[in-house]
Design a protein around this ligand. Structure first.
Ligand code: 1GP
Length: 248
């Protein structure tokens, strides 16, 4: 079986853009799970990401088992901490919060996670995770107790992404934070994508298909949509018209 990372590399090489729907297990309303699954199946999503900054309940395994029964997309963990590891998923973004200087999120949680991951078959994808100021305090900032990078300091963000690549990360994730007021600036996406080789994930505060398209056009290889889809399962349908009008 081709690994998920190899599929991402192949998509990048062929300029096929990818889209992940992020599901926060804490926010799943089980009564509407069928509806959620149907809408995912009708959406352009290529991946499902599972995770959240807190995830206080213990339902990740159950949720993934339910999703796998009915959705034929790779399920990738996007964990806030080692308690969010599930052997039921296909892969894990093994994140290092390289924009911050909190050692727990740079190496501490990873040390705790390593022996747990060794007992699973999960594909491990080392990911340099960079938090950018999105105009409001987001859960990542609060929970990780790290400062996001200034959205106007392109030089620092680029150096951080390049250091992440040199450290051997296989992906860079530019994150404005879930529910960010402002998404990652397009010029930042453009700069990082042109000056790093590894695939670029962009997420946080993207609220319509036009935002997704703009991120792709600027160089994002994979865009993550969380809040907008969580609030409205018809998100993709609803914003399609707007995109069509924009393109005319
Ligand atoms: C958060 O990048 C993701 O980690 C998605 O953000 O919830 O704002 O879409 P949103």
């Amino acid at each position: 079986m081709t690994s998920i990372y190899n599929q991402i590399l192949k998509a990048k090489a062929n300029d096929q853009k990818l889209l992940a729907i992020l599901i926060d297990p804490d926010k799943v309303v089980w009564a509407v799970l069928e509806d959620l699954i149907n809408k995912i199946n009708q959406s352009p999503a290529t991946h499902i990401f599972i995770g959240g900054s807190l995830v206080e309940n213990n339902i990740i395994d159950e949720l993934i088992i339910c999703l796998k029964r009915k959705v034929n997309l790779p399920i990738v963990l996007f964990p806030g901490n080692p308690s969010q590891i599930s052997k039921e998923a296909d892969a894990i973004l093994f994140l290092s919060l390289i924009s911050g200087r909190n050692s727990d999120y740079l190496i501490g949680h990873q040390v705790k996670a390593a022996p747990i991951l060794k007992r699973t078959q999960l594909e491990i994808i080392p990911t340099g995770y960079i938090l950018i100021d999105g105009g409001n305090e987001t859960a990542v900032e609060r929970v990780s107790k790290t400062e996001p990078l200034d959205r106007t300091n392109l030089e620092l963000v680029l150096a951080t992404a390049q250091a992440g690549e040199m450290l051997g990360n296989k992906l860079i994730y530019l994150e404005a934070g879930s529910g960010a007021k402002q998404a990652v600036p397009l010029e930042m996406i453009d700069l990082i994508s042109k000056n790093t080789e590894i695939p670029l994930i962009v997420g946080g505060g993207i609220v319509d298909l036009l935002g997704i398209q703009n991120a792709y056009d600027s160089g994002a290889d994979l865009v993550v949509i969380g809040t907008a889809f969580e609030r409205d399962f018809d998100f993709f349908e609803r914003t399609k018209q707007q995109l069509i009008e924009h393109k005319q």
